[in-house]
Ligand binder design. Structure first.
Ligand code: SF4
Length: 238
C-alpha cells in the first residue's frame, strides 16, 4: 500500500473509532481554556476539571487572576502538580494579557507564545479549541502515537512531529487528528503496554507489527502450555 493511501486509511479508522473526540478540558471562554491548559501540564484533564470547576466559580477573568496574591492561587490549585510554578504563570500571564492585549486572549499563536507559561503546545490547544483555527498540539500521546504509526517518522522533538503531521494530514483534519491521536494514546496505544492485539490500526502500524511479530516465542510458549483448542488470540506484544 502506498504511504499516502496508508495515512488516509489510518485517519479514516481513527475518525470511525473516535467520532466524538474533543477537548476534554472544561471551559466556557478562551481565557478559561488558557488557564486550564496551563494547569494541565503533567496532570490529568480529570483532575484539572475538578479544580477549575471550583476555581472558575470564584475567578475567571484576567482582572480577577491578576489581582490575586500568589499564595491564594497556590492554595486554590495545590492538588495539581507543579502548582507553585503554575500559579505564578497564570497570574503573570493575566497581567501581561491586561497590559498588552486589553485582557483579550489573542487568536494568533505567536502572540499567545509571548505570554508567561504559554509554549507552542498550549498556544496550539487554545487557537484550535477556543477559536477553531486548525492546529496540531503535540503532547506526549500525540508524539508517541504519531511516531509509532509512522504519521511522523523518526521525529525527535514535538516540533518535528508537529511539522510532519501538518505535512501528512489535510489541514481541515489537523484539530480532529490531534484529538484522535490523544484518545488513541490514552485508551489503546499506551506508552508502556500498547494494546496492539486490540488495536484497529495494527495492520497499518509499523510499530504494532514489529511488537506483535517480534515476539514469536511468547505466544508459542503460551500456546504450548495451553490445552489443545484453547485458542491463540494475539495479545499486546509489550
Ligand atoms: Fe499503538 Fe500498537 Fe496500535 Fe500501533 S498497533 S497504534 S503501536 S497500539
Amino acid at each position: 500500500m502506498r504511504a499516502e493511501e496508508r495515512r488516509r486509511r489510518i485517519l479514516e479508522i481513527l475518525a470511525e473509532t473516535y467520532p466524538d473526540a474533543k477537548c476534554e478540558l472544561n471551559f466556557t471562554t478562551p481565557f478559561e481554556l488558557l488557564v486550564a491548559t496551563i494547569l494541565s501540564a503533567q496532570s490529568t484533564d480529570k483532575r484539572v476539571n475538578m479544580v477549575t470547576e471550583r476555581l472558575f466559580a470564584k475567578y475567571n477573568t484576567p482582572e480577577a487572576f491578576a489581582a490575586l496574591p500568589y499564595e491564594v492561587l497556590e492554595e486554590e490549585i495545590k492538588e495539581i502538580g507543579l502548582y507553585r510554578n503554575k500559579a505564578k504563570h497564570i497570574i503573570e500571564m493575566s497581567r501581561r494579557l491586561l497590559e498588552a492585549f486589553d485582557g483579550e486572549v489573542p487568536q494568533d499563536r505567536d502572540a499567545l507564545q509571548t505570554l508567561p507559561g504559554v509554549g507552542r503546545k498550549t498556544a496550539n490547544v487554545v487557537v484550535s479549541n477556543a477559536f477553531g483555527i486548525p492546529a496540531i498540539a503535540v503532547d506526549t500521546h500525540v508524539f508517541r502515537v504519531a511516531n509509532r504509526l509512522g504519521l511522523a517518522r523518526g521525529a525527535k522533538t514535538p516540533l518535528e512531529t508537529e511539522k510532519q503531521l501538518m505535512r501528512n494530514i489535510p489541514r481541515e483534519l489537523w484539530s480532529a487528528a490531534h484529538h484522535w491521536l490523544i484518545h488513541h494514546g490514552r485508551r489503546v496505544c499506551h506508552a508502556r503496554n500498547p494494546r496492539c492485539g486490540q488495536c484497529p490500526l495494527l495492520e497499518l502500524c509499523p510499530e504494532g507489527k514489529r511488537r506483535t511479530g517480534a515476539a514469536p516465542a511468547a505466544p508459542a510458549a503460551v500456546k504450548a502450555r495451553r490445552s489443545p483448542g484453547a485458542g491463540s488470540r494475539r495479545t499486546a506484544g509489550a
